[in-house]
Design a protein around this ligand. Sequence first.
Ligand code: IPD
Ligand code: CA
Ligand code: CA
Length: 285
Amino acid sequence: MEPNDNVVGSKSPTAVAINSASKAGEWIKSRLGTYKQLDTKLSPQDLVTDVDKGAELMIRKLILTHFPDHEILGEEGMPPGADASAEALAKASTSDYLWIVDPVDGTTNFVHGFPFFCVSLALAYRGEVVVGVIYDPLRDELFVAEKGKGAYVHGNPTHVSEDADLSSSVVAVGFNPDRQFALPTNMKGINALAMQTRSIRAGGSAALHLAYVAAGRLSGYYEIGLNVWDVAAGALLVKESGGTVTDTEGNPYHLGVKHLVATNGKIHGEMLESLKAAEATGILK
Ligand code: IPD
Ligand code: CA
Ligand code: CA
């Protein structure tokens, strides 16, 4: 089977991804400040609202209208936790076409009215991401990448930054909601990077951080303890914009990677070294 088989009607997967992300994003924006229900998942820091759930349902319906045979792995469609998500990924990865959906990346921001969140959608074909779309409804910025065809923001090609070393770079990090393992490890990396970079940022949306690395607005992003839906679309955006995406030990990105480093390529080695020296890779031997 080749990409684009099993298409109902004439829309390409990329067009469906763009349409789904845009529609969901507009709806999420319309609900900013007016969500009806707030729950926590694994920890009091891990939030979910009726808007996350509603947006995921909307995206699922739109995708299945065009691709009824495709598999969908969405954050809100499964039990929370690293084990459940690894299991779901392993199960879903046996299908040729797998959509990977984060309906709201940056839910804490959405809940608090901090204007930095997005919809993140990726399509993987036999385990490799071939389409990545990230939509920021508040800035109306649509980031689109297709494997081998480059990446774009509103039709303009994106390129990673030219910064050649950490000292001239602005790098993003994440304060992961898992306070048992991920956050303490992230803090070691944050400590190291804060001293070595021009400055660090922690906007609270992994996917938007990756889109910003792709667009050259940040030179790198690092976080321990991510899930496939946080990263899949953004990883393709960074790669198609000329950057490098690996795990924290420098191994190439694949759908199972949870400890991530994404950069403009030029600072990748230095960033990996810095995280290794700080014992902040999250990879236990
Ligand atoms: C979270 C955000 C945050 C990152 C967390 C993610 P969510 O996703 O991307 O920036 O630090 O690790 O879980 O819960 O807002 O979809
Ligand atoms: Ca997320
Ligand atoms: Ca989410």
